[in-house]
Design a protein around this ligand. Sequence first.
Ligand SMILES: [Zn+2]
Length: 121
Amino acid sequence: MQIIVLPGASTYQLVVELARPARIAVGRLGAADFPAGTYVYTGSALRGVQARVRRHLAHDKRLHWHIDYLLACPDARVTTVRASRLAECVLNQRTRGEIVLAGFGASDCRAGCGAHLKRIG
Ligand SMILES: [Zn+2]
């Protein structure tokens, strides 16, 4: 896994490879079918990107954020972590891809992103 850290960063992206199609129940959003492929999740952690990412990568944890449900799938694997100083929604909107599940990771979004998880290929 490649991890790109950046001092002062409060946002991050996880590149996630889903090896096989999966039906995943994502908390209150309910179940959705995720095609196999490469996904990018954009998140922010004002009090420490590294601690948040370390938590995302831990296997034994309570499922809390939407991304936790995707990463709990045995066929999902984080391949890259990128930290950024861009605002979360700016970074997300610069990432081209399709929304598989509306609202994913976007509970606090006020910028009309639609979702903070995109399938990029
Ligand atoms: Zn947003």
